[in-house]
Design a protein around this ligand. Structure first.
Ligand SMILES: C[S@@+](CC[C@H](N)C(=O)[O-])C[C@H]1O[C@@H](n2cnc3c(N)ncnc32)[C@H](O)[C@@H]1O
Length: 336
């Protein structure tokens, strides 16, 4: 019979020791004392079998947990899809993870709370914005009485909040001449307030033939031809400080003078970067000393940069920022 040398026995024992330690490190065999007892009293072979069985058990457990988690996640997704209330989602998340997943529960609850707060804050914001627009619109309709259906506001067109600001500025400043860059709904509202004031005219510049025609027919429908003139002004190259632009043809500006208010709502931002910048450097020469420039869409980065350039290049301008839906900056020309 083969006899093992002392060295071989040491190596075999060390090997089994490493196996047992490996099982411990896996951390998947729950009871350390149990494993040591098995290793000591049942011998190395039994220990090897024991370790193999435990590893198998852990593998099966892992597969079961994965399935369970997957099913529960499906439940969550279904709840999220069907739920009208964020609290349902939070509840399902809470039910999903229990016991050893306590940390996940807490995290899920935090996420649920965050979602809830965000939805509420956003909802409040949207509701207050909608109310502000509705309030401005009702105010406009009560103050001015259109003789025909009005073109839609918002979106491409000016929003009720900026239209009301235009009405207020026109009432305060009583301009002889208003110039508008970009025609549309605003032209009609400006026409009505000038008509009511019994003072002043509007020249509305439009580069697009189609929109110029639509606006002209609106002007006729509302019977405002005596106060509004839509001027088709194709975009042409204009060279200014530090660059060149495509802006309304200068030919159509010739007989303008004493412009008291300019509404800068065109050309469309998509035509080029800082598309509306030329309004001040070109039109200031036609304006009164206390003229007002109203820049719509001032929340956009492009318009913000245009405003900064105007302030830097024309020290006689003072800016007032209005928290309107799309942002609105009012620049007033001052004596200094
Ligand atoms: C911001 S919009 C002008 C809006 C105008 N001041 C108003 O309040 O309705 C600028 C340009 O968009 C174009 N535009 C006007 N109405 C449009 C519409 N319904 N859809 C797409 N573009 C439009 C015109 O060329 C106009 O000069």
């Amino acid at each position: 019979m083969h006899r093992f040398s002392y060295r071989q026995l040491v190596i075999a024992t060390a090997f089994l020791g490493v196996l047992a330690a490996g099982a411990l490190v896996l951390g998947l065999v729950a009871d350390v004392v149990e494993l040591v007892a098995v290793a000591l009293f049942l011998g190395p072979a039994a220990a090897a079998v024991y370790v193999t069985l435990q590893v198998r058990r852990v593998r099966q457990l892992t597969v079961r947990l994965e399935r369970q988690l997957s099913d529960q996640l499906t439940d969550v997704v279904t709840t999220v899809r069907q739920s009208a209330d964020v609290t349902d989602v939070a509840r399902t998340l809470r039910e999903l993870v229990v016991g050893e997943h306590r940390r996940t529960v807490t995290a899920s609850e935090q996420i649920g709370t965050e979602i809830k707060n965000t939805v509420r804050t956003r909802g409040d914001y949207v509701a207050s914005r909608e109310f502000a627009e509705l309030e401005a619109f009702v105010d406009l309709r009560q103050f001015l009485s259109p003789r025909a259906p009005m073109p839609p506001t918002r979106g491409w067109a000016a929003s009720p909040d900026v239209l009301r600001t235009l009405v207020e500025l026109i009432l305060d400043h009583r301009p002889d001449l208003v110039v508008e860059c970009g025609t549309g709904a605003s032209s009609i509202w400006i026409g009505y307030i000038l008509e009511r004031l019994g003072h002043g005219k509007l020249v509305s510049l439009e580069h697009d033939e189609g929109f110029a025609a639509i606006s002209s027919s609106q002007v006729r429908r509302h019977g405002l031809s005596n106060v509004i003139e839509i001027r088709l002004a194709p975009l042409e190259p204009w060279a200014g400080p530090g660059g060149s632009w495509h802006w309304y043809s200068l030919d159509i500006l010739e007989n303008l003078h004493d412009v008291g208010l300019v509404f800068v709502d065109g050309p469309p931002g998509g035509t080029q970067r800082h598309a509306r910048y030329p309004a001040v450097p070109v039109l200031l020469a036609y304006c009164t000393t206390d003229a007002v420039f109203v820049l719509d869409d001032a929340n956009r980065e492009d318009e913000r940069e245009i405003g900064e350039r105007w302030l830097a290049e024309f020290p006689e301008l003072r800016r007032c920022r209005l928290r309107h839906e799309k942002g609105c900056d009012v620049f007033v020309r001052t004596a200094d």
